[in-house]
Design a binder for this molecule. Structure first.
Ligand code: COA
Length: 351
C-alpha cells in the first residue's frame, strides 16, 4: 500500500483540485453514514468551503490517497498533488487552528473510508495532524465522535489507543415540530422579543458579539481546555456570511431588556435552504443576570414558530446539549425534544 497525504482546498475551481475536494468530502460523508446511517449531520461541501474562508480559524484539509489504485499508470512520484485522478482518496482529515483566541488548541476531524480501516491509515493521518499542530505551537488536541442511541463508533477505541480522553459527553436531541410546535409566546414583563427570519440583523451585531463572547464562558465545557473567545461585530458578521455561503438561512430571536435597551439573550436556528426538512438549533444564551424569568423557553418557542412559518417544510429541529447542562436540557425536554444520539468530545494534551 502506497498512501500519501496531500493538502486539499475547496477554494480552487480548477477541475482537478475541485475533483479532489469532492472525493475528500465524499469520504467524510461515507464515514459518517457508516456510523450514523442516513440520518447524519456531515457537513456539505458548500459548508466546508465557507469554513475554509474563515479569518477566525485556520482550516486545513488533507486527503490520504492510495496510489496503489492509480488510474493513470504514472510513476507514482508527484502525481497525486495534481488532483483526484491519480489515486483513490481513502481517508480525509481537517485540522483547525483557532487564530484569535484559544491559541493552545488544535481541533481535528479524521475519517477513513469504511472499507479501508484497520490498515494503519488512521494512525498515519493522525500522526501527520499531530506534527502540524505541534509545529504551530498547539498543546491540546480536541476531536469528537458520535453514534446513534444504542450504537457505537470505532473512533472511540482508536482515540483511546492514541492517548485521548473524554472531555465532555453531549446528547443529540431532536424535536418533531409537526407534533410539538410550541404555542404562542406570552409577553414577558420588562423584555421584548425580536425575531429575524433573515439572519442576524445589522443593528444587533454589537450586542450579539458580547453575547457570543459570554456563550464561550457561560455554557458548560466539561473537562475541555476551552478559554474565552474573542468576539466583535466583524466576527459575527463573518459568521453570518459563512452561514449564507453554506446555503443556510439563520432564523434568530433576541430578548431586549427594556430598562437598558440592550440585548440580553439570543437563540439561533439554521435552515439548509435546499433541504429545509431538518433544521439545526445553534447557540442559545440568556445572560446570567437575566435568568429565571422564562426567557430561554420564550425565545426558543418564538424562534421555532417564526422558522416554521417561513419554512413550513421543517419536520425536525436538531440540537446538541452537554449532558451536565441541566437547565438547557430541561427547557428542551419541556419543548418536546428527545435524545437520538450521543456525541463525545475528546481531548489529548501534547507533551
Ligand atoms: C477512527 C478511524 C479514523 C480509525 O481509522 P483506521 O485506519 O481504521 O485506524 P488504524 O488502522 O490506524 O487503527 C489503529 C489502532 O486503533 C485501534 N482501533 C481502530 N479501530 C478500532 C476498532 N474498530 N475497534 C477497536 N480498536 C480499534 C486499534 O488499536 C488499532 O490498531 P490495530 O488495528 O493494530 O489493532 C476510523 O475508524 C474512522 O474513520 N471512524 C469514523 C470517524 C471517527 O470516529 N474518527 C475519529 C475521531 S476524529
Amino acid at each position: 500500500m502506497a498512501v500519501r497525504i496531500v493538502p486539499v482546498t475547496t477554494l480552487d475551481p480548477a477541475p482537478e483540485a475541485a475533483a479532489l475536494a469532492e472525493q475528500w468530502n465524499d469520504v467524510l460523508v461515507a464515514s459518517t453514514v457508516a456510523t450514523m446511517g442516513d440520518d447524519h449531520d456531515a457537513w456539505s461541501l458548500a459548508s466546508r468551503r465557507a469554513r475554509e474562508s474563515s479569518t477566525s480559524w485556520d482550516h486545513r484539509y488533507f486527503a490520504a490517497v492510495d496510489e496503489g489504485d492509480r488510474l493513470d499508470g504514472g510513476d507514482g512520484v508527484g502525481g497525486v498533488d495534481g488532483g483526484a485522478g491519480h489515486g483513490t482518496v481513502v481517508a480525509a482529515a481537517e485540522l483547525v487552528l483557532p487564530r484569535r483566541d484559544n491559541l493552545t488548541l488544535a481541533l481535528l476531524d479524521l475519517a477513513v473510508r469504511p472499507d479501508h480501516r484497520r490498515r494503519g491509515t488512521g494512525t498515519l493521518v493522525l500522526d501527520h495532524l499531530v506534527r502540524l499542530a505541534q509545529e504551530a505551537g498547539r498543546t491540546t488536541l480536541l476531536t469528537e465522535t458520535a453514534y446513534p442511541s444504542g450504537g457505537s463508533n470505532p473512533g472511540e477505541a482508536f482515540l483511546r489507543t492514541h492517548g485521548f480522553e473524554v472531555g465532555q459527553t453531549m446528547q443529540r436531541n431532536d424535536l418533531d415540530v409537526r407534533s410539538h410546535l410550541p404555542g404562542a409566546v406570552a409577553l414577558l414583563d420588562g423584555y421584548a422579543i425580536e425575531t429575524s427570519t433573515d439572519d442576524t440583523l445589522d443593528e444587533w451585531l454589537e450586542d450579539r458579539a458580547h453575547l457570543s463572547r459570554r456563550m464561550s464562558t457561560d455554557a458548560p465545557v466539561g473537562d475541555l481546555d476551552l478559554a474565552e473567545e474573542d468576539w466583535d461585530a466583524d466576527r459575527v458578521r463573518e459568521q453570518r456570511d459563512a452561514t449564507r455561503r453554506s446555503n443556510r438561512r439563520a432564523v434568530e430571536s433576541v430578548a431586549r431588556h427594556l430598562g437598558t435597551g440592550r440585548l440580553v439573550a439570543f437563540t439561533q436556528l439554521q435552515v439548509p435552504v435546499a433541504e429545509p426538512v431538518l433544521a439545526y438549533q445553534q447557540d442559545t444564551l440568556v445572560l446570567r443576570e437575566h435568568r429565571g424569568h422564562g426567557l430561554g423557553q420564550a425565545l426558543k418557542s418564538a424562534n421555532l414558530r417564526a422558522a416554521r412559518e417561513t419554512f413550513p417544510e421543517i419536520a425536525t429541529v436538531r440540537t446538541w446539549n452537554a449532558q451536565e447542562n441541566g437547565p438547557m436540557i430541561a427547557v428542551n425536554e419541556a419543548l418536546g425534544y428527545r435524545t437520538t444520539a450521543v456525541q463525545r468530545e475528546w481531548q489529548r494534551r501534547l507533551g
